[in-house]
Design a protein around this ligand. Structure first.
Ligand code: NAD
Ligand code: GDU
Length: 329
């Protein structure tokens, strides 16, 4: 058995794929999740400890039982709409919960954490592609909650020697090609699962949120990155910390932008089933174009994304057709 890693939020979409890769790399992932948005059936590569990151006593118990050497932290609320509707509980979970988790980790003698951040911390792009030095001015409480945690982690390093790697994901997408786990959020707000559901006739249309952006076809451009490429980057970030290297932040994206219309076109080609598109107003807080400059992660972490958009859609389609519907929490 390899070293044990506590994976907070490991029953969710990106966390479960990271557990898969951690196990393949010889680590033992212990999932700590309150199952508020996760799935017990996604926990396949190590034990599940049901618990909340706001619960210090439960965290102490789990740290003492499993003695992990580091933490990977995915546990958060992820919906921009909820962050605007209910900023109080949102910040409580994402910021307050993180502080409780970090303090519990420190109490257990751990000084290493990998954190799920987002390109949403950059806000409206002043240049594209965006590198890690792009100004950070988030447009909503979701992005601000992640930026606050980044700042808290910088202070924890500066004043307490607690090291972290901050990973700023662009748009996570795709699924395990073997169909064991995949993307299932409730409610689902992400473009790829919603467009696949439309192509499969499970939804009657796909809403196009804005066709008047200053982009090549008027729709928003995003950088879709395969969830297993993200998972590989977490293993690389963990090894970075275990090797004693300094705290750092990395963008995780492919560097290639895809517009919403291009995305829909690719899903229609894969499915051979055109589906109705309904023009709709811009969604509040959507930036026109978000594309990563991933040079730093390539150079320093030795990380290279392996999958492109066609594989993302292929794997997401297979998951949607075979796995997602059968899930039980
Ligand atoms: N999906 C994306 O495209 C994307 C992009 C950028 C950043 N992120 C970040 O990556 C992380 C994972 O995202 P995801 O898409 O896998 O989301 P997800 O909702 O599938 O996973 C989050 C997990 O955290 C758990 N959780 C939430 N609050 C908790 C708490 N208080 N205590 C214990 N467990 C708790 C949920 O039950 C869930 O299993 C999040 O922090 C998110 O903000 C996601
Ligand atoms: O039904 C839909 C759903 C989405 N879109 C568009 O498709 C693009 C991608 O939207 P997603 O909701 O899939 O992804 P976002 O870029 O909004 O979200 C990403 O960035 C967010 C912060 O901005 C969070 O980090 C989130 O978890 C992450 O997936 C956006 O231009 C959106 O407007 C549509 O046109 N119709």
């Amino acid at each position: 058995m390899g070293e044990t890693i506590l994976v907070a939020g490991g029953a969710g979409y990106i966390g479960s794929h990271t557990c898969l890769r951690l196990a393949e790399a010889g680590f033992t992932p212990v999932v700590y999740d309150n199952l508020s948005n996760g799935w017990e059936s996604f926990v396949q590569w190590g034990p599940l400890e049901v618990g909340d990151i706001n619960d210090a006593a439960r965290l102490d118990e789990v740290f003492a039982k499993h003695r992990p050497v580091a933490v990977i932290h995915f546990a958060a609320f992820i919906e921009v709409g909820f962050s605007v509707a209910e900023p109080g509980p949102f910040y409580g979970n994402n910021v307050g919960g993180t502080i409780t988790l970090v303090e519990a980790a420190r109490g257990a003698g751990i000084d290493k954490l990998v954190f799920s951040s987002t390109c949403a911390t950059y806000g409206a792009p002043v240049r594209v592609p965006m590198d890690e030095s792009h100004p950070q001015a988030p447009l909503n409480p979701y992005g601000r909650s992640k930026l606050m945690v980044e700042e808290i982690l910088r202070d924890m390093d500066r004043y307490k020697g607690f090291r972290s790697v901050v990973l700023r994901y662009f748009n996570a997408a795709g699924a395990d090609p073997q169909g064991r786990i995949g993307e299932k959020h409730e409610p689902e707000t992400h473009a790829i699962p919603l467009a696949i559901a439309a192509a499969r006739g499970e939804r009657d249309r796909f809403m196009l949120f804005g066709e008047d952006y200053d982009t090549r076809d008027g729709t928003c451009v995003r950088d879709y990155i395969h969830v297993l490429d993200l998972a590989d980057a977490h293993v690389a970030a963990l090894k970075w910390l275990l090797a004693g290297k300094d705290s750092a932040a990395f963008n995780l994206g492919t560097g290639t932008g895809t517009s919403v219309k291009e995305l829909v076109g690719a899903i229609e080609r894969r499915s051979n089933r055109p589906f109705p598109l309904e023009p709709a107003p811009r969604r509040d807080g959507d930036a026109p174009s978000l594309v990563a400059d991933n040079g730093k992660a390539r150079d320093l972490l030795g990380w290279t994304p392996r999958y492109g958009l066609d594989e993302i859609i292929e794997h997401a389609w297979a998951w949607h057709a075979n796995g997602a519907g059968a899930l039980k929490r």
